[in-house]
Ligand binder design. Structure first.
Ligand code: ZN
Ligand code: ZN
Length: 337
């Protein structure tokens, strides 16, 4: 299963899913859990500015372990560290980057990789945790090897609970909601807001209604400031809709009891909505923009780069079937920020 967030991505076993995520592009943290324990953690930090490309990774590890030692002492946990431990069989992929591998043992064994990316300079600390009695460095190595810490061709990869898409790197994540059954990520750049959303249990939502009837009633609040058109259109070979909207005329807005001091921004909307039967999801991509001439093709680009279901022809389709059943798990993930 893939995990991708703020340009950091990892491939992990199918039963590891996102438990916590925090921070932003500059620095952040994510945790992946299986049904019992924390299995992986990843921390990232932007490269320091200026020409200081040679980064003191060992110093960073010193500081990190110091903190960990203090924590362990407080709780009386037995704690041992091995610096520069040699659990990786193949280190060729790390060539050209400053890095250190180390392990520590407390209640479980933790395999760590601290690295400054040779390409973008981003500093990453990845940790894979394993029960002491059942510890396999090969699994940690596999996870480490899948690590990618920067965008590709100006695009950032996102993947959570099997929902995966790419965004242009000019867009910055502003808020996210990772409730089970309703995942939404909102991105912004000057004058533009994009929202990518996925609703589970489409079959239930559309039980006695059509997508075209369901959409305006479900998104009534979001649509109230728009004069819009809605038409049926095939989206990614699925039954879908295209919504195009502009600001409602001022006089009509005046009829509503809105606080005048802070009127809602007048904006335009360009959205794709589709029902992916294969994954039983409803997907929505919105692009809101302030100036009439600035629509461009952002919503189409986001829709094109959104993988709503796994193609059956893929060689590893078995793994993805497992993944599909894992998607409905309840997410105890960070609230909207
Ligand atoms: Zn990088
Ligand atoms: Zn689909």
């Amino acid at each position: 299963m893939d995990f991708g967030w703020q340009g950091v991505s990892l491939r992990v076993p199918a039963d590891w899913s996102l438990g916590k995520v925090d921070g932003n592009y500059k620095s952040g943290y994510a945790r992946l859990d299986d049904s019992e324990i924390v299995r992986a953690e990843v921390e990232w930090r932007e490269a320091p500015p200026g020409s200081a490309r040679r980064l003191p990774i060992p110093d960073l590890v010193d500081r990190y372990l110091e903190k960990l030692n203090k924590k362990a002492a407080k709780t009386g946990t037995e704690f041992s560290v091995q610096r520069r431990s040699k659990f990786l069989k193949d280190k060729r992929w790390l060539e050209g980057s400053d890095y250190e591998t180390f392990t520590w043992e407390a209640d479980f064994r933790a395999y760590n990789l601290a690295r400054a990316c040779g390409t973008c300079g981003r500093i990453i600390l990845v940790r894979v945790l394993e029960p002491k009695h059942d510890s396999d460095p090969a699994l940690a190595e596999e996870v480490f090897r899948s690590l990618n810490d920067h965008g590709t061709d100006g695009r950032i990869f996102w993947c959570i609970y099997g929902m995966s898409f790419w965004t242009p790197e000019e867009l910055t994540l502003s808020t996210h909601g990772l409730k089970s059954g309703n995942i939404q990520l909102t991105f912004e750049m000057k004058g533009h807001i994009c929202k990518v959303q996925r609703l589970s249990m489409a079959q239930v939502l559309l039980k006695e209604t059509s997508l075209k009837e369901w959409y305006p009633s479900f998104f009534k609040k979001e649509l109230r400031d728009f004069d819009y058109t809605l038409r049926e259109e095939s989206v990614k070979d699925h039954n879908g809709l295209r919504m195009e909207g502009g600001p409602r005329s001022r006089w009509r807005q005046l009829l509503r009891p809105l606080p005048f001091v802070n009127p809602r921004p007048r904006q335009y909307a360009d959205s794709y909505i589709w029902h992916c039967e294969e994954s039983n999801k409803i997907c929505v991509v919105d692009h809101l923009y302030r100036k009439k001439g600035e629509r461009g093709h952002l919503s189409l680009a986001l829709t094109d780069a959104y993988a709503c279901h796994q193609k059956k022809t893929e060689a590893d389709s078995r793994g993805h079937d497992e993944l599909a059943t894992g998607q409905e798990r309840t997410a105890e993930v960070g609230e909207e920020r």
